[in-house]
Design a protein around this ligand. Sequence first.
Ligand SMILES: NC(=O)c1ccc[n+]([C@@H]2O[C@H](COP(=O)([O-])OP(=O)(O)OC[C@H]3O[C@@H](n4cnc5c(N)ncnc54)[C@H](OP(=O)(O)O)[C@@H]3O)[C@@H](O)[C@H]2O)c1
Length: 276
Amino acid sequence: MEQKPTVALITGASSGIGEAVAWRLARKPGTRLILVARREDRLRALAKRLPCETTWVAADLTDSDAPGRILAHVQEHHPPLNLLVNNAGASWRATFADGGYENVRRTMEINFDAVLRITETFLPMLRGAAPSAIVNIASTAGRISRAGAGAYSASKYALIGWSDSLHLEEAPHGVHVGLVLPGFIATEGFPAEELRAKFLTRWMVSDVSKAAEAVYEAGVMGRPERYVPRPYGLIAVLKIIAPGLVRKVLSGGAAKAMTTKTGADAAEQAEKKSRA
Ligand SMILES: NC(=O)c1ccc[n+]([C@@H]2O[C@H](COP(=O)([O-])OP(=O)(O)OC[C@H]3O[C@@H](n4cnc5c(N)ncnc54)[C@H](OP(=O)(O)O)[C@@H]3O)[C@@H](O)[C@H]2O)c1
């Protein structure tokens, strides 16, 4: 895959990690990109600035016709895809008692269901273009759950479980399935303001370029799995060998600092205020 020009579709390319992935991939000669997200103005502006052939599709990935519209666009404007980056995602923080099933449903809809639907749509094309790759952006929250983030964790645990299986199923067809598991990365959707504000926790927050490099490694260089930053992988190990300790730490003070507000929470609060 390293030698072929990359034709990549990146979901959630209008900000944060997705935008950084577009810049990282654009550095590879011959790359062609298809950017997907809801905010068309952002996609158009990014496509203009990127130093490679780039088109975009403005779509809400939870809409039933979105995968079909995106497929039609790719078929009309590009050679077959050989890289699909499933990055679009969101989080609405709430305990289960407060957010209930509805919060889990809407989180699964974008973080899990939408990924499966777009992957199902492009899988025949990816097999035809093999060697090719899919990179799913999960999260360390898909290895460890915090209070108030159960819906988000459920969606990322599900994504990881499904990705591991898809990896085994698609390897014989030449489609590599890689996973990227970011920790805290400061973005619009996940600003991690509380962590960045304190000297003691600032080190825990990484930047988008590191996540983009990990996506490159998983998608272009065939790595199976990358934590960002790498030491976050220890969390997964600790969770298995010392679950009691992990629960104790997560119910203490450090955990409260980690229960950061997400961009989706902030947007929702602003909307509520404007309606009031
Ligand atoms: N930042 C972190 O700390 C962190 C940690 C672990 C995992 N992640 C994962 O990394 C991925 C990217 O997040 P980010 O941190 O880069 O946040 P972000 O800046 O908020 O980016 C999220 C992207 O998803 C798009 N998106 C959201 N809902 C969508 C929908 N219904 N249809 C189409 N596009 C949609 C957004 O674009 P529009 O609003 O324009 O649609 C945006 O481009 C997510 O899957 C997130 O779960 C992030």
